[in-house]
Design a protein around this ligand. Structure first.
Ligand code: NAG
Length: 358
């Protein structure tokens, strides 16, 4: 069998409809497009195959086309697939949920969309400083807020400088990490003519405003009309379980704080709105089994990403052969199929097994 590899650049990927190809990137370009950080599965793939290339899967193209149809209704047809503005990517361990999400963010940014990408949603519920805000009854995590804001301006500052703030109510101030409240001031004004960049900058420079700014940013994102906005959250499942934080109840006992009690999670978790949002589950960071119907998530939002199909498996195995993860002498159709069935279509496992062919 002869295998033709299609190494696609972005323009070709845009035109790509129903083929299995490998999307080639450069390290610099990838870091520039996803400055918030890359999913670990993607880094493992690049390291082992010694090339910045990703399999373009049909499931990715379907999700991309779903969002493309939302912003360009001329692509919609009455008997086409149902369009969903909110999607939860689920599926077996290592089936490529995080990579699919990252590729979607990459695509949306190339299209000029405004994307809030959170590659590690688990960090919103773990570590750092936390305290209960008496004004909201929710728990504030100012260090996390600052990191999220810093990440958000990394990709394209000038984008944010062009978008005016539409809510001019003052931002409530909370405690700074470990330094308590500010004396004598409990809110910060947003001056007329401020942009989203100014808003985010305020949250970064003024520690006491950071959580308030993240919460406000969520509202502002709903109000952006000039460009499409996508909210993309990896490790989204961590927002439906208990956080790492505990509230002292008596001298000897504590109560675990649920993720929904955290101000930032509370602001961003819901999918019951009209905004475009994708959350990817990460079963490697899961704490327990989640119920089928998630609170504040539309029932039909969940999409199961399949393991590799035989065609996809054939493509990646031949690609690994080309990249010399395995030698020609031992590579055979029988052998790669064995790997496929042994790994049960799990991409990361196949990559581990291919070099072991003999
Ligand atoms: C950044 O945003 C500006 C203003 O919206 C836009 O003109 C420019 O093309 C964007 N740059 C990138 C790399 O997306």
């Amino acid at each position: 069998m002869i295998f033709l590899f299609l190494f696609l650049n972005f323009q070709q990927l845009k035109a790509c409809h129903v083929l299995i190809g490998l999307y080639v990137l450069s390290e610099d370009e990838l870091n520039a497009m996803l400055p918030e950080g890359l999913p670990t599965g993607m880094l493992g793939e690049f390291k082992d195959s010694m090339r910045y290339a990703l399999l373009v899967r049909q499931s990715f193209l379907d999700i991309r086309d779903n969002f493309r149809r939302i912003v360009d209704p001329s692509l919609q047809s009455t008997n086409g697939p149902k369009i969903r503005k909110q999607i939860v990517l689920d599926g077996p361990l290592c089936c490529g949920k995080s990579i699919t999400l990252a590729m979607l963010v990459h695509w949306a940014r190339e299209e000029g969309w405004l994307v809030l990408y959170v590659p590690r949603g688990r960090e919103w519920t773990h570590g750092g400083y936390f305290y209960k805000n008496p004004q909201t009854g929710l728990w504030d995590t100012p260090l996390q807020a600052e990191n999220v804001l810093k990440d958000f301006i990394k990709y394209n500052e000038s984008h944010l400088r062009e978008l005016p703030c539409q809510i001019l109510d003052p931002i409530p101030l909370g405690e700074g990490a470990g330094v308590g409240l500010l004396k004598g001031v409990d809110s910060k004004e947003i001056s007329e003519g401020s942009t989203l960049f100014d808003l985010v900058q305020m949250g970064i420079n003024q520690m006491h405003a950071s959580v308030g700014v993240v919460v406000r940013l969520r509202k502002e994102l709903s109000l952006v009309k000039d460009i499409p906005v996508l909210i993309a959250i990896d490790q989204y499942n961590n927002w439906f379980t208990f956080s790492e934080y505990e509230e002292p109840v008596t001298i000897r006992s504590t109560r675990p704080v649920h993720a929904r009690e955290l101000a930032m999670v509370n602001a961003f978790r819901s999918m019951m709105h009209n905004d475009m949002m994708v959350g990817a589950f990460s079963h490697s960071t899961a704490v327990g089994k989640l119920r089928k119907d998630l609170p504040h998530v539309p029932v039909d939002a969940r999409i199961n990403l399949p393991r590799y199909s035989p065609d996809e498996a054939a493509t990646v195995c031949h690609y690994y052969l080309r990249q010399r993860l395995v030698s020609r002498e031992v590579f055979s159709e029988e052998n790669w199929k064995k790997v496929y069935y042994l790994a049960n279509g799990n991409g990361a496992e196949m990559r581990m097994l291919v070099p072991l062919m003999h």
